[in-house]
Design a protein around this ligand. Sequence first.
Ligand SMILES: [Fe+2]
Ligand SMILES: [Fe+2]
Length: 357
Amino acid sequence: METVDPRLLKEIDEEKPDTPVGLLTDEQKDTLIERAFLGLYRWYSQRSQTKRNWNPDFDFDWRKFRTDHTEKVNNILEGFFAVEQYVPDYVFTLLRVIRKSHGRSHFHIRWGSEEEKHADLWENTLLFSRFRKPKWIEDYKHALREKEWELPWDCPIHMIFYTVVQERATQVNYLNTGLIARGKSKIEEFKNSADPVLARVSQVIAIDEAAHYNFFLEGARLYMYYYPTKAIEALHNVIKYFAMPAGDLIPGYDKFSEIVAKANIYGRREHMKDVLDVALENIGVKGRRALFKGIERIRQVPDESGNMRHTAIFDLLDYDGVESKVKRLFGRIADYEKDVGFDLINPTEFTPSGLKA
Ligand SMILES: [Fe+2]
Ligand SMILES: [Fe+2]
């Protein structure tokens, strides 16, 4: 009987990667994440073009915009206008970090084209409210653009979680502004602020922000699924240090945040309840407390495999839920590819992470 040379067996063994059977290598994970981002970006672009292709000038009845809004309402519009003024910085700072990913970087350019419309839409509300002279608005714009927004984290994984929280926060801001514009605010001083044009503005932008939130959320879940340890660490960091973009650049931002907080648009309560709790649930994390307690445990467990600290992670994560959402995303991409015919050439297919037996 022929026997295999033990030296050869040893050699073969040494050639094998360190990754245990059933687990994916980082390279395989990165490929899967990239394919999913690319598929999701294609799906998103098609929807954006067919369903949300609005124009900030012609799709609103500007002549009917109220010119007698209270000072507070006008301050709110100015604040939104100011935050959206930094869109060039929002685009190119992150683009530099994610440029190697086709799906993420091309999505980011499209995302920027939608955010650019938000800036223009808020400018129109400022102009047509007649609260300030056009010269004031111009000078304000110049003053804002003198400063540059900088990336809060120079890391693609951190930034996906940052954008999840930020987009959800923005959506909440605009939805609650929509309540005021529909005359539905419970606060006395906003009870007479109904304005159908502003209501439509808030609604149209909130729908965009929801679409942005969903894109980043799907992306966040990809990292949570394939790189749970890194993702949890990044998410924890982002939540701990989160601040709305450009708050430190906009003159009088403190006054603006006080106004929006008192108007029940966006304050600490909304941030915790309507932003963080919702985002964490969607990401698959079992709550704020679980995250902050869990992170301590994860850090105490030695990470000898260089891969993950199973028990501690799965205690604070609904990993099965994350998996089913990731699978659903791959399914949606597969359907899209079938519609185009990509499936005949190079279909995108789901591969389990193998992290949880
Ligand atoms: Fe926006
Ligand atoms: Fe957005």
